[in-house]
Design a protein around this ligand. Structure first.
Ligand code: ACM
Length: 543
């Protein structure tokens, strides 16, 4: 009988099963790391040690060891080779990240119980099947964006998402920290940003069965110590945290805290509070020196906290009406010799592009930053379809493809009336699996500017972790395969094969406690009403 091919997600380049006995993991097994691989050995001891209850001591198991090694001759830092036979496990990576991804695959081979936080029962026998896996990612930017402004996710939830990302070999966490509805990061020199800006007095829920607004405050923020912990936790898992401070739109929470940041010659900004509804907000930043100096101060603290080369400045959905009506904004346009309000936004973005570049960083923004001319070194998150990404790549700018119709995971995943989130169009698991980040319009040369791809989780209608899980999973597993694996063209992708591998992956997600949308049977709130929310029966929320 031919041995079964392991059900790995995301699919590796190759997995060759040898047959014969596998590697037994027991109390005598050691985990031992060569230079550069120590961090992953620590992670393995923590994660697999917790699930199995085994010590995985570095000094143990002279004969039977899991060995972690850097092999620079492997193709790229993130590439790995995993060799398992009855006597040994060898995890080799092109660099430290490759060793980590090899260890992640090793955990999948151990079985779903290896994803638990504690052993299910003592004394069980663990065996890894004999196999050789050779693997490397397709894209270097394999991202997930989480909006913690519309609904705050406490630090522990964020750390959990970093673990879930790592289990899917995703490596960029785009942290959407500020918006009209809340400012979520402590900035020491501007304490009112969180003191006032992190709470809204009442909140809207996504449930049609609920009143439109719930008369309860919503808020929360991360202290700078929290942020340091999140960034370090991510780094241990080879994830870069890209912070987003959204300007000049999506800024009402900041204006509520510091009214001088708004267009106070056309609106009484001192009367504004943190926004308590969803949509595109007219109250945008005033294009003044006060605003520039204020946000330079914000970014100085952001740069101290986040080592990421890229810093996201938002730039999306900035209505220009207040700038059109504001004598001060119009005077600024004349003084700078600009054509119009679009050019004023370009000037604003260009200021921060130069500011970040002078500090060794790179600006990335949503594709609206193309309007009025793209700043020289800027990169683009292409969300309004592919068009912005295509234009940017053709102009020689780097691009992250995250088109709304394909990879906005807040969109509903089935047409049925029980689906809890009615936003937009249906994006099924199969739709996400057939998403192609590189559009055919790009030449191979232009396509080199596509750094990769990212799934986005906007949380207007996800007020708790169960809701976020439900929207993210299982689609994030399909997305991870798009970002990591060498898949053929969309029409040729073996979705049935992916679904077969998902049968094993659902068991892993169960062990991780992920409240995914089940492939069949009742939805979570039909099984446990009141725990994960209720079905909807009102008008769709607007974004
Ligand atoms: C966005 O969805 N407004 C980037």
């Amino acid at each position: 009988m031919t041995p079964e091919t392991p059900k790995l997600i995301p699919a590796p380049l190759s997995a060759e099963t040898a047959g014969g006995p596998g590697f037994p993991l027991d109390a005598a097994t050691g985990v031992e790391a060569g230079p550069g691989a120590e961090r992953t050995a620590r992670w393995l001891r923590t994660a697999v040690g917790a699930a199995t209850g085994l010590p995985l001591d570095p000094a143990a198991g002279d004969a039977r060891r899991v060995r972690l090694r850097i092999r620079p001759d492997l193709e790229g830092d993130e590439a790995y080779r995993l060799t398992v036979d009855a006597e040994r496990v060898l995890i080799e990576g092109g660099g430290p990240a490759g060793v980590f991804y090899g260890a992640q695959t090793f955990r999948q081979l151990l079985g779903p119980d290896a994803f638990r936080r504690a052993p299910l029962h003592a004394g069980r026998v663990w065996e890894v099947p004999a196999v050789t896996v050779t693997d490397a990612p397709r894209f270097r930017w394999r991202g997930l964006m989480l909006d913690v402004a519309r609904h705050f996710m406490p630090k522990e939830g964020v750390l959990r998402y970093l673990d879930l990302m790592a289990a899917h070999k995703l490596n960029v966490f785009h942290f959407h920290l500020t918006d009209d509805q809340g400012w979520r990061i402590e900035i020491r020199r501007h304490p009112r940003l969180t003191g006032i800006g992190s709470w809204r007095a009442r909140t809207k829920t996504g449930h049609r069965a609920s009143p439109l607004w719930e008369e309860k405050p919503h808020g929360g923020h991360y202290t700078q110590d929290d942020i340091r912990e999140i960034v370090a936790y991510a780094a241990e898992r080879h994830i870069t945290v890209v912070p987003e401070i959204d300007v000049p739109g999506h800024s009402q929470a900041a204006i509520a805290a510091y009214p001088e940041l708004g267009n106070s010659d056309v609106v009484d900004t001192s009367a504004l509070s943190v926004w308590d509804t969803w949509g595109i907000n007219p109250n945008v930043l005033a294009p003044t020196d006060t605003t520039l100096r204020f946000y330079e101060g914000v970014l100085e603290e952001v740069l101290e906290l986040f080592p990421s080369r890229f810093v996201h400045i938002g730039g999306d959905e900035c209505p220009k009406d207040q700038w059109r009506r504001s004598p001060a904004a119009q005077a600024r346009i004349r003084e700078l010799g600009l054509a119009d309000e679009d050019a004023l936004q370009s000037w604003f973005v260009g200021h921060f592009d130069a500011w970040l570049t002078a500090r060794g960083r790179r600006l990335i923004g949503w594709d609206e930053i193309l309007e009025g001319g793209l700043a020289e070194g800027a990169a683009v998150s292409s969300w309004r379809g592919y068009a912005g990404g295509i234009a940017a790549a053709r102009a020689g700018h780097d691009v992250v493809m995250c088109p709304e119709q394909q990879v906005y995971l807040d969109h509903r995943q089935a047409p049925g009336p029980d689906e809890p989130v009615p936003i937009g169009w249906v994006r099924t698991l199969e739709d996400v699996y057939r998403f192609e980040p590189v559009p055919p319009e790009l030449t191979p040369e232009e396509a080199r500017h596509v750094l990769g791809t990212q799934a986005n989780l906007w949380t207007e209608v996800m007020e708790d972790q169960g809701r976020v899980d439900y929207q993210a999973f299982p689609r994030l597993a399909a997305f991870a395969e798009v970002a990591w694996s060498a898949l053929p063209a969309p029409a040729e992708r073996d979705f049935a094969g992916f679904e077969r591998r998902m049968t094993a992956h659902y068991r892993r997600l169960d062990a991780l406690g992920v409240a995914y949308r089940p492939p069949a049977g009742p939805l979570p709130w039909q099984r446990r009403p009141g725990v994960l929310g209720r079905p909807l029966d009102g008008p769709p929320p607007h974004r």
